[in-house]
Design a protein around this ligand. Structure first.
Ligand code: MGD
Ligand code: MGD
Ligand code: SF4
Ligand code: MO
Length: 897
């Protein structure tokens, strides 16, 4: 265990408030890769960490979004796994790792190398990832190592490789600011890459002639910035970009000399594009014409794409359809132009660099290429090299299910929640002979199924590097001691490798791994690959400690910058490839039984399966429950009232979600977030519904288009409760979230409890004997309310009714742990106390009602004016698109009046 005295804390000269020094590190969430300055305060009873944006970091120049700002609230050791667990029992490291090593070795001996697998994550540091890949591909001799990046970036990787020869992101973040036209497709940048969004917003404010087009079936918060929104039919991007390519040719926007010198395949790609039927996009013809016109006439154009493009059975083709347009116009690798795939996870890019996918080698080398394999084998001095692609995520878990894979080690990812067909993944792990999970928590849906759980250090405790969306390598640095006996992922992996008898894993620190990895990249560069950080291969320990964010390549000839402005693609003839692509609709079969498309994605304040963001009350307040966005016309036809519950069913499973009626999406389509889990809302696990349909080239699942049916969920009663203790619900529906001083929970069940008072005490984990209970029970009208006071202070309250409960939730949550009395049973504030409503600005905890009243009463006309009046939107800025939307709604309302 690292102790405070071992020098892990005192890194940087800047002194913070509580005696702890400040450390420059990198945010562990999205692929923007913002620089963070963390200042721990060890003088507080539980160590606190102050967080600020790093003004010197070229990704964010000091900005942070709300998730980044709240990092300090997520680093406590509460709930952390502090020691290894074997079959549910606490165990020592040595005996546990012996068990892991021997079970893997025996399985390989008996059933061959392909009977074991690693499933890893774009949230690992490059050093962790490098070791995992080396162990599997060079020493176990199987390429059965895949990663959650398969669910995330695989289509972009495949598209890049097909067009450029390598998985290269040509541009830089500045291009997004310098562009005259930014096209966003399949990206909710405002919520998912908020700091990049803010950079574009600031550039547009400074240069209002800049245009933004947003292509997304939903009108998301990102539309706040766009001059044109194209709500295309799900999965029709290939058709739209084919139409664009045809328009480019027609309008004379083709860069003939670039195409002639640097591109193959133009004619075939154009012919395929010209055959397009644009009606499949279901868009207004005038809007399409405007988009094509803007694109054709704007030299400085960047196209940003994310999961609406990648997570599709036509994902790789979507990527190539976009790349075709940039290659044809020669708009690539020059200031203010280019295709730009934004990465999701903090180190999805690093994972691609180290070869974390089942069909890649290290350093962008190809597994299928014998020269590449030989070079890596020689470099690693590896006994056996994998010589064929391993199983991709979906196939990997199918092989676990069928018993082909008999031992699997899952590191830094929660597939029982995030994989398609999640119940099948769960069943596969339940039936697997040996499941090892490395995580910070033993309570995740995946860790609960493991035979062995290994405690990993988390953000703030670990050291290494990550690469962001613009190829910039930054350091994550430790500023906290490791929690309990937890160990770093690279260290655990190396230890197991050594115990399996492999040499080449004698690393003592991350820098040892980094140097090796940088040296290997030099070899890769000699073999004609793009990824080259060989300029860092002799980095000293001190230089690594002090490493400033640096964009690759870092070689003797070049540091940073763009790729392909003058051609130089990494294909055999150095020319890029345009590909003929044709529209293929989503592969799930819509039928009378499953007539709607289910789209899934993210919310502003949560990160994936919420193991960290759910720890923060501030982040939990924005959207406290899993929900289903549905169009008003569909809601009416299906008899779904706002705030009621709906059952969403696909051939794979059913989820129960809160109904959110909104005209922000298209009719016939619904949207649900991916975040909720068995720990937070067991009937909200949306991936239980998603079919394991994948793109034939990239193997990436179609997470954005699942045929479903939606129906009202009828329950005998509905409830809302708060407690200072963690609620213990056994009801059919529940969804819980942190509150500032305890917890909040939504409930519904099929049967009324016989004794509401006892039920409430058990639910709220309160001892009725030590509390005063205030009750309002009316069986006739179906209204049951109870509040428990301890010494006059509210310890918990339950509001239940036969219909969805309409109480002022923000108000009730705010009363928890406060002096209280009978008026609490009203569930609303008295006339003298306004109800803030649901949180919009998480930084300053400003609710929707407060904002709307201020807009109306004070005649506020801009987001900045709201900021002056209420502070909302003045810190991280993540809520500014929502503030803008409230302004627009108020303005519309006023006009109508
Ligand atoms: N707040 C927050 N931010 C995150 C994350 C998080 O969990 N929370 N996760 C990070 C990760 S790992 C990732 S990968 C990124 C993802 O970032 P994004 O890709 O921006 O996020 P998503 O919400 O998955 O999907 C983006 C949009 O694609 C749209 N879409 C669906 N189908 C189609 C289609 O056929 N065509 C088009 N053009 N659009 C479509 C959806 O309506 C959705 O608005 O976010 C990263 N940032
Ligand atoms: N329906 C649907 N499904 C999706 C998506 C979607 O849009 N729709 N998006 C997909 C995408 S793009 C992604 S990236 C995935 C994300 O899905 P996951 O990777 O499953 O989600 P996370 O919650 O980020 O899981 C990370 C886990 O690692 C743990 N952890 C954090 N830090 C460390 C560490 O340093 N070491 C170790 N060992 N563990 C650590 C966390 O506690 C957590 O349990 O979901 C995919 N699934
Ligand atoms: S935009 Fe937010 S989540 Fe993404 S890296 Fe920056 S602070 Fe972290
Ligand atoms: Mo992702």
């Amino acid at each position: 265990m690292t102790s405070l005295s071992e020098g892990h804390i005192d890194r940087s000269p800047r002194k913070g408030a509580g005696g702890g020094a400040s450390t420059c590190t990198t945010c562990p969430y999205c692929g923007v890769g913002c620089g963070v300055i963390a200042t721990p305060d060890f003088t507080a009873p539980t160590p606190r960490v102050e967080i600020a944006g790093d003004t010197d970091h070229p990704a964010n120049f000091g900005r942070l979004c709300v998730k980044g700002m709240a990092l300090g609230e997520t680093v406590s050791t509460e709930g952390r796994l502090l020691h290894p667990q074997v079959y549910g029992q606490k165990a020592g490291w040595s005996q546990t790792l012996d068990l892991v090593a021997s079970r893997f070795a025996k399985t390989i001996e008996k059933h061959g190398p392909d009977s074991v697998a690693l499933y890893v994550s774009g949230q690992l540091l490059s050093e962790d990832y490098y070791v995992a890949n080396k162990l599997m591909k060079g020493f176990v001799g199987s390429a059965n190592i895949d990663t959650n990046s398969r669910l995330c970036m695989a289509s972009s990787v495949a598209g890049h490789k097909r067009a450029f020869g390598t998985d290269t992101v040509p541009g830089t973040y500045e291009d997004l600011e310098e562009a005259d036209l930014v096209v966003l497709t399949g990206s909710n940048l405002a919520w998912c890459h908020p700091v990049l969004y803010q950079r574009i917003a600031a550039a547009k404010a400074a240069r209002p002639t800049m245009r933004v087009v947003n292509i997304d079936p939903r009108r998301t918060a990102t539309c706040d910035l766009s001059d044109l929104h194209l709500p295309l039919a799900p999965g029709s991007d290939v058709a739209l970009f084919n139409g664009l390519l045809a328009a480019i040719a027609k309008s004379g926007a083709v860069d003939d000399s670039f195409v002639e010198t640097h591109v193959n395949g133009f004619d075939a790609a154009l012919a395929a594009a010209q055959a397009v039927d644009l009606s499949v996009c279901d868009l207004d013809a005038g809007d399409i014409a405007t988009f094509f016109d803007w694109f054709c006439s704007t030299e400085k154009t960047v196209t940003v794409y994310s999961q609406g493009v990648n997570q599709s059975s036509a994902g790789a083709d979507k990527v190539n359809a976009i790349l075709n347009c940039h290659l044809a116009t020669g708009r690539i690798g020059r200031a203010g132009m280019g295709p730009f795939s934004v990465t999701g996870q903090p180190n999805a890019m690093g994972g691609r660099e180290v070869g974390g996918l089942a069909n890649m080698l290290a350093c962008h080398l190809d597994l299928e290429n014998a020269n590449h394999r030989d070079a890596v084998q020689g470099f690693w001095n590896a006994p056996v090299m994998a010589d064929k692609a391993g199983l991709k995520a979906v196939d990997m878990f199918e092989a676990v299910g069928s018993g082909k894979i008999k031992a699997i080690w899952i590191i830094c990812t929660n597939p029982v929640v995030s994989m398609p067909d999640a119940d099948a993944v769960k069943a596969a792990l339940e039936g697997c002979d040996f499941v090892v999970v490395s995580d910070m928590y033993a309570t995740t849906d995946t860790a609960r199924l493991a035979h062995v759980v290994l405690p990993a250090t988390g953000w703030g405790e670990k050291d290494g590097t990550v690469t962001n969306s613009e190829r910039r390598i930054s350091r994550q640095r430790a500023f906290l001691p490791s929690a309990g006996e937890s160990r770093h992922d690279w260290d655990i992996l190396s230890d197991v490798a050594r115990r399996m008898g492999f040499s080449g894993f004698e690393y003592e620190r991350p820098v040892d791994i980094f140097r090796e990895y940088a040296a290997l990249s030099g070899l890769a560069a000699h073999l004609g690959r793009d990824f080259d950080i060989s300029g860092l291969k002799d980095i000293t320990d001190a230089e690594y400690e002090a490493l400033q964010p640096v964009q690759w390549p870092v070689s003797t000839v070049k540091t940073g910058g763009r790729f392909f402005g003058q051609g130089g693609f990494f294909t055999e003839d150095g020319r890029a490839r345009m590909l003929p692509v044709t529209h293929r609709p989503p592969q799930g079969k819509r039928a009378r039984k499953y007539p709607m498309w289910l789209n899934t994605g993210r919310v502003r304040d949560h990160w994936h399966t919420m193991t960290r963001t759910a720890l923060s009350a501030r982040l939990g307040g924005h959207l406290a429950e899993p929900f289903l966005e549905i169009h008003p016309v569909d809601a009416k036809a299906l008899g779904l009232k706002p705030a009621s519950l709906a059952d969403v069913t696909s051939p794979r499973g059913t989820a129960t979600l809160r109904v959110l009626v909104t005209d922000r999406l298209r009719q016939g389509e619904v949207f649900a977030p991916m975040h909720w889990t068995g720990e937070t809302a067991p009937t909200g696990r949306i991936d239980a519904l998603v079919a394991p349909i994948v793109d034939p080239v990239s193997g990436q699942p179609e997470s954005k288009a699942t045929p479903v049916r939606v129906s009202p969920h009828s329950a005998a009663w509905y409830g809302f409760a708060v407690s200072v203790h963690e609620p213990q619900a056994g009801t059919r529906y529940w969804a819980k979230a942190r509150a500032q001083t305890g917890w909040r929970i939504e409930l519904a069940d099929d049967k009324e409890p016989a004794d509401w008072l006892r039920f409430a005490a058990r639910l709220l984990d309160l001892d009725p004997d030590s509390c005063e209970a205030l009750t309002l029970f009316d069986d006739a009208s179906g209204l049951w309310r109870v509040a428990f006071l301890r010494d006059g202070v509210l310890a918990g309250a339950l509001f239940a009714a036969r219909d969805p409960v309409a109480v002022a939730r923000a108000h009730v949550v705010g009363q928890l742990d406060q002096p209280s009395g009978p008026p609490i049973l009203a569930g609303r504030p008295g006339a003298d106390m306004p109800d803030p409503g649901a949180t919009i600005c998480s930084c300053f905890n400003v609710g929707i009602n407060t904002i709307v009243s201020a807009i109306e009463a004070q005649g506020l006309a801009s987001v900045d004016a709201i900021g002056v009046a209420l502070k909302a939107g003045t810190n991280c800025g993540s809520c500014r698109p929502e503030l803008q939307a409230l302004l627009s709604t108020s303005a519309k309302k006023e006009a109508a009046e």
